[in-house]
Design a protein around this ligand. Structure first.
Ligand code: FAD
Length: 458
């Protein structure tokens, strides 16, 4: 536990999939591992929420960033999937029905057009996926945690790591809310929530970082029948768009059939997100449309830019709220209002949002709340999508902002995710190496293998 003089082999910061899979692999080879998480539980962000497991190597990881080949990634993903299955994940896999996927690919091929640069304006990327569900993911994570605790991993939950220092030639010193811990190796897997904190801690240690692209977008909510023809085949369909006005790249992300739109609380601002329960379905489906934004000249801090966009959107929501707008209002160039939000006259009563106006959610105008080019891109993406799935452009469709994915700080690492500071390894979304549960878990395994190799156990 923190506060003793013992020098641990490895301290892991973060008990999300990145940290858990690192700890699991290290303990299996007899290393002494202590995992910190400021939350009072394990599982991190996603393993405790929706739990869609992306089983395709091109989703949720950047193979080039990880210096991984497709075949190797596929093999590793299968191994991670096995672990989730062993611990109770639903055996159903979506995205394997070639015939029905073929019908959708055909439909997209008739709906798409070439942009002036010769790119397709809409593409469908089929992917294999498993869905644990927010309710079932909780039990799967508890079972994985128990098994690695039984293998000797210690957890210090409800403990915030405040700083990481390095003694000359000696171990790392982790200053935590419960005292100091010494460790020969550190695996930092702080997730998107801890990304900002870790970036500062890493820079103090001399770790090299650079700014990457950030995903800024919206959450779209539609009535389930609009989307279910595709979600029965592809649970979380990945549409890629090149927008007509600006030629920018956007994509659908994190679809939740029968799910709920949720608030995501951050220090100083609120975001939107979505999830779905396995046992109880709503009448709606939600998904994100994300716009990848990078800065060129002058190169600026994309994390800061994302925070400012979020704060400004919350400001338009009345100070501390996300903004929701009906598609019908957006297309008519008017704000949404509480008194007409469920109006039968405009058919808004056909879709009752799962995150309705109220505390933390204000009906308004996303064109005021968000940068103009991003609003253009989100609007045009939904119009492109409506060529394939017409109902998404029903007036009752609700658009929520801000939805922002903070995985934009990149760390220079080797193939095992060791930074330029020897024995400091990174893993997961918070360090820009993954974008999902399976990707983060794969990162954790890579970091663990790096440590084991240095220990002569690889
Ligand atoms: C609502 C929601 C739904 C999602 N649905 C899906 C989905 O269906 N499928 C999917 O693949 N992905 C989903 N995601 C994304 C997924 O959660 C992440 O990709 C994944 O959890 C990243 O794993 P990680 O280990 O990198 O970080 P995380 O899971 O974020 O874990 C990091 C942990 O580190 C802790 N931490 C941070 N800083 C400190 C500190 N200083 N001291 C101590 N502890 C610290 C945090 O408390 C956190 O528990 C969802 C995310 C959200 C928010």
């Amino acid at each position: 536990m923190p506060g003793d003089d013992r020098v641990r082999d490895v301290a892991v910061v973060g008990a999300g999939p990145g940290g858990i899979f690192a700890a699991r692999a290290l303990a299996a080879r007899g290393l002494d591992v202590l995992v910190f998480d400021e939350k009072g539980r394990t599982g991190g962000a996603g393993a405790m929420t929706d739990g869609k497991l992306n089983l395709s190597p091109h989703i949720g990881l950047d193979l080039a960033e990880l210096q991984l080949g497709e075949e190797e990634a596929q093999k590793r993903i299968a191994g991670i999937d096995e672990v989730f299955l062993e611990h109770g994940a639903d055996p159903t896999v979506y995205g394997e029905d070639r015939e029905r996927i073929g019908v959708w690919l055909d439909r997209v091929s008739w709906a798409r057009r070439k942009t002036p640069k010769g790119e397709w304006d809409i593409t469908l990327l089929p992917a294999r996926q498993r869905h644990m569900g927010t309710d079932r993911a909780y039990r799967v994570v508890a079972s994985i945690t128990q098994s690695i605790a039984a293998a000797g991993v210690e957890f210090s939950l409800g403990t915030r790591v405040q700083d990481i220092l390095l003694r000359a030639g000696g171990p790392f010193v982790l200053g935590t809310s419960k005292g100091e811990t010494l460790a020969r190796y550190v695996v930092a897997a702080p997730g998107r929530e801890g990304a900002y904190w870790f970036r500062n801690a890493a820079r103090r240690l001399g770790v090299e970082t650079r700014y990457g692209a950030i995903d800024i977008g919206c959450r779209v909510e539609v009535a389930s029948p609009v989307y279910e023809e595709i979600t029965k085949v592809l649970y979380d369909p990945k549409f890629l768009f090149v927008t007509p006005s600006h030629g920018d790249r956007t994509r659908t992300f994190c679809t939740n059939p029968g799910g709920r739109v949720r608030l995501e609380m951050r220090e100083g601002f609120k975001l939107v997100n979505g999830d779905a329960l396995k046992s109880r379905k709503t009448a709606n489906t939600n998904f994100a449309i994300l716009n990848t934004v990078s800065m060129t000249e002058p190169i600026q801090d994309t994390t800061e830019m994302g925070r400012k966009v979020a704060e400004f959107a919350n400001f338009w929501g009345g100070g501390e709220s996300v903004v929701v707008q009906r598609w019908g209002d957006l297309m008519q160039g008017r704000r949404s209002r509480a008194d007409t939000f469920l109006s039968a006259e405009t058919e808004y009563d056909k879709m009752v949002p799962t995150l309705p106006p109220g505390e933390g959610v204000t009906p308004g105008d996303i064109s005021f709340a968000y940068p103009g080019r991003i609003v253009d891109n989100l609007r045009e993406s939904l119009v492109l999508l409506s060529r394939v799935i017409p109902g998404v452009a029903h007036p009752s469709t609700a658009i929520y902002v801000p939805e922002i994915k903070f995985y934009d700080t990149k760390y220079a690492t080797d193939r095992n995710l060791e930074t330029n500071v020897p024995n400091l390894f990174v893993a997961g979304d918070g360090v820009g190496k993954s974008r999902g549960i399976v990707g983060a878990a794969l990162n954790g395994c890579l970091a663990a293998e790096g440590i084991l190799r240095k220990e002569g156990k690889g």
